[in-house]
Design a protein around this ligand. Structure first.
Ligand code: ZN
Length: 645
């Protein structure tokens, strides 16, 4: 079971945060235009405007950077020590940041971007699209938007469900509960974490259905708020010059929004055949396990049977879908880490050592002094793993309640990927201190983690030579990876596909839930365990909907990490199967990798992609190559099945 981890960089905190304040014109901060103006002025008629635009942008970046550092510190203090005081300080810093971002975005409208030199126009575009939920300038709109987003967030994070019966057989999956914990569950209900554990580990379809439906009782109260928020945010997007918010979100990819939407469809169509085989095979295994009444052998899969609250990653049901008659994996990584005395620090050190083996500089001493690597005693903290850069320079940190297991071993690499990326682009201008696009940022650490092969584990002494699985275990190895990485792809496009429909106005509030399930069925081949109630608002039961976090980045990341992996393995001269390639200790690859990261967002992402991979397009074909042995196995196993839904 793996959960996605969000990155929390200073820029994301201060700038891309929910915007909820009216424009506030304060342009008394003077600054001179940089000397480059004269050289880049190509249209003399506009030279004055261009000079003013440079001056504006220099001031905007300085103000954003200063505010970003203040906000990042306040957010860090809150996340690592939740108290009424740190909550208040974080809320205050957040409000100031959003006020600044909206104010600058609105102020930027006085400049005609079409007459500006390309590199300056690019910054203006970033300034305008960098706000996730923009407020319009009408009286009271910002306040209303702020109240709604706060309420949505609180409704989600305090959501609980009371089981009809708290039987010992169900609750034992939650570990040894103290008397107080048990009383809390009986009185207040189960938290999302607890409900998720049950979905992952319980194999009784009646319990699964109750837990799955139970979590979705938290979201109907969000629906009216959500619909109102969409209205307000669209007005905000209109003021910034976009027809609707989905178009504004899709404008952050160095191409027209409609081209980007087509790109997503193109990438999905490349990998869809593999998903269909995985779906078909998994459905047959679930049918074997549960019988026709619970999971028919044809048609869609019941969404509560896949070992994850949203059926977004399926590795928790590996026990049900484990391939038969193929080689097994002769070691358990979690056991190995524990046997060898790994603790949280050693897990992070091992992750760092992978990056330094590529020739990257070690993390600064402050990383070790200031990171939160284990859950501290006597404090409430946000355990959800994240990576930070507090000063946009070297002050990188992670925040994790690291446990010694295989899942967290991968998560450490994911989070460190964010940190190494943040440090690599630290010398760029403020607005360029981010990923080439948001999918790059999520992909970096996962790309490195694709090199955690059995061969690599042997190199660092976690398994012995004898334990290295042979080629006959490839199916098992690839199945584990596919359950998380392939099953996720259609889920990711469902989340933002639904949201684009809602934000564009194509999907009206009374169609929210049916539109959600239309996409769940179309993309993922899933259905709910029973017909949904008329007031259901199932998208609201996924954090990123009430939390307003764009989701496309994760789809792009899951495609691009394999593309990066293939390119890196080619650079390394690897000629074996792609899933057995590890770039560990390869300084040449590391040099090009670092160059890609150092560029940040300073140029259109196709330029950056081309420098590392040799191509200007995102490409799903590396996924197909990587999983080729699994595809052959699945096709063979599915030969007698009626695939599709
Ligand atoms: Zn991340």
């Amino acid at each position: 079971m793996k959960r996605l981890s969000l990155t929390t960089s200073a820029i994301a905190l201060s700038f891309m945060i929910t915007a909820c304040t009216a424009p506030d014109k304060t342009d008394d901060v003077a600054s001179a235009a940089p000397e480059t103006v004269a050289e880049t002025t190509t249209a003399p008629d506009h030279s004055e405007e261009i000079t003013a635009a440079y001056a504006f942008m220099e001031r905007a970046e300085a103000e954003l950077a200063a505010q970003s550092h203040i906000a990042a510190q306040a957010y860090w203090n809150q996340a690592t020590n939740i108290t009424p005081e740190t909550n208040a300080a974080a809320a205050e810093a957040g409000a100031a940041s959003t006020k600044l971002a909206v104010s600058l975005a609105n102020e930027s409208k006085q400049f005609d971007v079409s007459v500006l030199p390309p590199e300056l126009a690019r910054k203006f575009n970033m300034l305008r699209t960098g706000i996730t939920i923009p407020a319009p300038s009408t009286d009271g709109a910002a306040e209303e938007l702020s109240q709604i987003t706060t309420r949505l967030d609180a409704t989600f994070s305090t959501g609980r469900y009371k089981l009809k019966e708290n039987t010992d057989s169900v609750l034992k999956l939650l570990g040894d509960l103290s008397e107080a914990e048990r009383d809390d569950i009986v009185e207040k209900g189960l938290t999302l974490d607890q409900l998720s554990t049950l979905i992952e580990q319980n194999r009784d379809p009646e319990v699964l259905q109750e837990v799955w439906e139970g979590w979705r009782t938290i979201s109907p109260p969000m629906k009216d708020d959500y619909a109102r928020m969409v209205e307000i945010a669209n007005e905000g997007a209109n003021e910034l010059g976009y027809p609707s918010l989905d178009q504004m979100w899709l404008s952050g990819y160095d191409m027209p929004p409609e081209d980007m939407e087509a790109e997503v469809q193109r990438l999905w169509s490349q990998v869809e055949p593999l998903y269909e085989e995985l779906h078909c095979y998994t459905r047959a295994k679930l049918n074997d396990q549960y019988g026709d009444d619970v999971q028919p052998r044809t048609g869609p899969i019941r969404a509560d049977l896949l070992g994850n609250m949203w059926a977004q990653q399926w590795s928790s049901i590996y026990d049900i879908v484990e391939p038969e008659n193929t080689g097994e994996i002769p070691y358990d990584l979690t056991e190995r880490l524990n046997e060898q005395g790994y603790d949280a620090i050693k897990m992070v050190e091992t992750g760092e050592a992978f990056f330094t083996s590529l020739g990257l500089d070690p993390l600064p001493e402050t990383f070790w002094e200031r990171s939160m690597i284990v859950r501290p005693e006597g404090k409430e903290v946000v355990c959800h793993a994240s990576a930070w850069n507090l000063d946009d320079e070297e002050d990188v940190r992670i925040k994790m309640c690291t446990e010694v297991n295989s899942e967290d071993f991968y998560t450490v690499h994911h989070e460190l990927g964010h940190n190494f990326y943040q440090r690599a682009y630290k010398d760029q201008d403020y607005l360029y201190k981010t990923g080439a696009h948001d999918g790059f940022h999520e992909a970096i650490g996962d790309f490195v983690a694709l090199s955690i092969t059995p061969e690599y584990l042997e190199q660092i002494g976690l398994i012995t030579e004898d334990e290295k699985p042979g080629a006959d275990a490839d199916t098992a190895l690839l199945m584990q990876t596919a359950l998380d990485k392939i099953a996720f792809l259609p889920f990711a496009i469902t989340v933002d596909g639904w949201r684009w429909g809602v934000l564009s106005g194509e999907t009206a509030p009374d169609a929210y839930n049916t539109a959600w399930w239309d996409l769940r069925l179309k993309n993922q081949g899933l259905v709910p365990p029973a017909p949904r109630p008329a007031d259901a608002f199932d998208p609201g039961a996924k954090y990123h909907i009430p939390g307003n976090t764009p989701y496309l980045r994760y789809f792009l990341s899951f495609v691009m990490q394999f593309q990066f992996h293939k390119a890196a393995c080619e650079q390394a001269g690897w000629d074996g199967p792609l899933h057995r390639c590890s770039i560990y200790d390869n300084k040449e690859v590391g040099e090009r990798f670092n160059a890609m990261m150092e560029a940040g967002a300073s140029q259109p992402w196709p330029d950056t992609l081309e420098e590392f991979t040799g191509t200007r397009e995102m490409d799903g074909s590396a996924i197909i190559e990587y999983f080729d042995p699994l595809m052959l196995y699945l096709k063979d196993e599915n030969a007698t099945e009626s695939c599709g839904w």
